[in-house]
Design a protein around this ligand. Structure first.
Ligand code: GP9
Ligand code: MN
Length: 689
């Protein structure tokens, strides 16, 4: 007992002494002075990472996420510790190199997030050429002043270095430095931070890091530096995986499809057998503008007419990931989901795909695609071949002059006019054909407003003035806003669609043709813009105050659910038939192939979606980030929250089952593409030998 007491007193004395010496010898001050370069390196690295979170996920729990701050600190201290192994005069080179790398990570992610609402991935490096091509979209919308703030960090480092050199700092500390000891002590500090961080992790956090599709969650929990390091690993992983994990993936794939129900016929089976198909990939068209009017003028008169006369799927969702347009094409034509990392079009164009064009080709159809953009954009040149198109008419096949360009390239009206001529030739030559026309004009940033034609998005009112006379008052409303410009652009694209239909009709091409239109993805317009639209105050020409009783917030769920895109099947003579209907069951891009397949008489046994007329109200639409939606509930996997869409509670079990469904589906879809599982096994083995 006495010994314990003595020991305790000893320890107490030592601590007291220690504190005294820290005080008297000014140890903290000394440490700061001697390690100022390292300290600034740490502080700027952590601040930049927090700033990035504040730009991308501006909520308090993200900005001040203790987990992220711990992880970022652990990473920068660990990196910084090795700087001590160098002689003081070489340390600046070391710290500035890593400072620039860390700054670049933050800047790139900040810019990238503005455009894709996602964090950057190394696997997207091969896509930088596309970012270059959407040039004006990037500069106008993406690179913002805030992105330059990160550069302050290396500037501080350079200024500090100059000052330290002048003070002869590097020489001074050289005398006292004990390099290995300092490196070790600092490394231990870094490891301590990492250990404290590790204690905060749950198994779900770790599993999300491995899966990598919930990027916001990963950055919020693990910080940007761990995210990026993990991304590098997961980018090289597919190559490594496809070398080693084939048998396991093949087994899961076989089991997955064995479990699936046999397909059934229904009242729509073969209704379009033998008909030609013209698919229109409608750039950035969302369903929200359908039926909308400004001053009595419809935004989408053509779509409104098609919706009324044809088969309209009004609860249809795009399932794109970072591959945007290309992902929409992939999912629409193969009923597979976008890959978890990279894009199928760019990274996996050499895989075997079972696609709508390839199955129709087997039925004797001539298959083609038309898009007046560079053939290599999204690697279409290679991928359209893999998808089974006989011919890809691209930029080189169109006459493009300075006065027929809108936004990214040839205007949609001109594109359709020139495409009809090509189609006439095709129609003469082939009995049956399947064609895809990819529109382009209605692409963000919707800034070519002077070329869209007159379509005011203001509010015009007739009021009685003080003299008792009637006069017209104009409130600017959406004029000059991005959303307003989107409606103008949309109106133009809709008009182009109208001209296409008229042109096809005049050329006699509608007689035997089924027109299929899908919006490829949402228009990437922020929630703020919709809030402005919904809460506009005519009196002040501004948005209502949030506390105003009439203010109705357009919440994040409404926003997600509002990203629906139109899917329409239309023929000239459909009106009034059983096909002329609105299908309200929830549906995803991956349900298009099975639904159309049933109507045209082709079948893909490896489709991940369903024929909507078989699955009906039981359908589940899975999104690449793990979110999903049914007729009853929208589930946000990032937040682990759901919104009931019906007036009833949703059971835990239902959420759990649908989560399992979503995870398995995303896994098998990714494996199909990464491991080339649709290629007969014998061929794969032969290749390997
Ligand atoms: C590019 C066009 C637009 O050719 O399809 O692609 P997006 O930017 O929407 O992915
Ligand atoms: Mn697109």
């Amino acid at each position: 007992m006495k010994r314990i007491k003595n020991g305790f007193n000893n320890l107490k004395d030592k601590v007291k002494k220690g504190i005294k010496s820290v005080k008297n010898d000014h140890l903290i001050e000394k440490y700061f002075k001697e390690n100022i370069l390292f300290i600034v390196f740490i502080i700027t690295g952590v601040i930049n990472a927090s700033l990035l979170r504040s730009f991308c996920m501006p909520t308090l729990d993200s900005i001040f996420s203790i987990q992220a701050i711990l992880a970022d600190t652990a990473v920068v201290i660990t990196i910084g510790s090795f700087g001590y192994l160098l002689k003081p005069k070489h340390r600046f080179a070391y710290y500035i190199t890593f400072n620039i790398i860390l700054t670049a990570i933050c800047t790139i992610n900040s810019v990238y997030y503005t455009y894709y609402t996602s964090f950057a991935s190394l696997s997207m490096l091969s896509l930088t050429q596309y970012v270059g091509e959407v040039g004006d979209a990037v500069t106008e919308n993406v690179i913002q002043l805030k992105d330059l703030i990160f550069i302050i960090s290396p500037i501080i480092m350079f200024v500090l270095n100059r000052k330290l050199k002048k003070q002869n700092y590097y020489k001074r500390i050289e005398v006292r430095s004990e390099r290995k000891k300092k490196c070790f002590a600092t490394l231990i500090t870094g490891i301590c931070f990492a250990a404290i961080f590790a204690l905060t992790l749950t198994p779900t956090d770790v599993s999300r890091l491995v899966k990598q599709w919930n990027k916001e969650y990963i950055v919020k929990c693990f910080g940007i530096y761990v995210y990026q390091g993990n991304d590098v690993i997961s980018t090289i992983q597919p190559t490594i995986n496809s070398m080693f994990g084939y048998d396991e993936a093949h087994k899961n794939f076989t089991e997955y499809f064995e479990k699936r129900e046999e397909t059934k016929t229904n009242e729509y089976t073969n209704v379009f057998a033998g008909k030609n198909v013209l698919v229109i990939h409608a750039e950035s068209m969302q369903s929200n503008a359908i039926g909308m009017k400004f001053n009595g003028q419809e935004v989408t008169p053509t779509l409104n007419k098609l919706v009324k006369e044809g088969m309209y799927f009004s609860n249809y969702y795009s399932q794109v990931s970072v591959g945007t347009s290309s992902d929409a094409e992939l999912t629409f034509n193969t009923s597979l989901m976008p890959t978890k990392s990279g894009t199928a079009f760019v990274s996996y164009s050499d895989r075997k795909y079972i696609s709508t064009p390839s199955l129709l080709k087997e039925k004797g159809y001539y298959t083609f695609s038309m898009h007046a953009n560079n053939a290599d954009f999204w690697n279409r040149r290679a991928m359209h071949n893999s998808l089974g198109y006989d011919r890809f008419y691209s930029k080189a096949d169109y006459e493009i002059t300075d006065d027929n360009i809108i936004g990214l390239g040839l205007s949609d009206k001109e594109f359709f006019a020139q495409s009809i001529k090509k189609l006439e030739k095709i129609d003469k030559k082939y009995d049956n054909w399947y064609g895809l026309m990819i529109m382009l004009s209605n692409h963000t940033p919707f800034s070519d407003t002077d070329k869209y034609g007159e379509f005011p998005v203001d509010i015009k009112e007739t009021v009685t003035n003080e003299q008792g006379q009637q006069e017209e008052v104009i409130h600017p409303y959406l004029e000059g806003t991005k959303l307003g410009n989107y409606y103008k652009s949309y109106h133009y694209a809709d008009e182009a669609l109208g001209e296409l239909i008229d042109g096809l009709d005049e050329a006699g091409l509608l007689e035997d043709t089924v027109l299929v239109i899908y919006g490829d993805h949402d228009a990437r317009i922020s929630r703020k813009e919709y809030n402005y639209q919904n809460n506009y105050d005519k009196e002040t020409d501004d948005i209502l105050d949030k506390n105003d009783e009439n203010y109705i917030e357009y919440d994040s769920y409404q926003y997600e659910l509002g990203r629906k895109v139109p899917f329409i099947i239309w023929t000239k003579d459909m009106k009034g038939t059983k096909l002329n209907q609105e299908v309200k069951n929830v549906m995803g891009m991956y349900d298009a192939m099975p639904t159309l397949g049933n109507m045209f008489g082709f079948y893909n046994q490896y489709a991940l979606g369903h024929d909507i007329f078989n699955i009906k109200e039981n359908n589940i639409v899975v999104f690449p980030n793990g979110n999903w939606v049914t007729n009853k509930v929208y589930y946000n996997s990032q937040k682990g929250e759901y919104l009931s869409l019906v007036n009833e509670a949703i059971s835990e079990e239902e959420i759990k089952n649908n989560n399992t469904y979503a995870t398995e589906l995303l896994d098998v879809s990714n494996d199909i593409i990464v491991f080339d599982l649709l290629k007969p096994k014998e061929e794969v083995n032969l290749d390997k030998e």
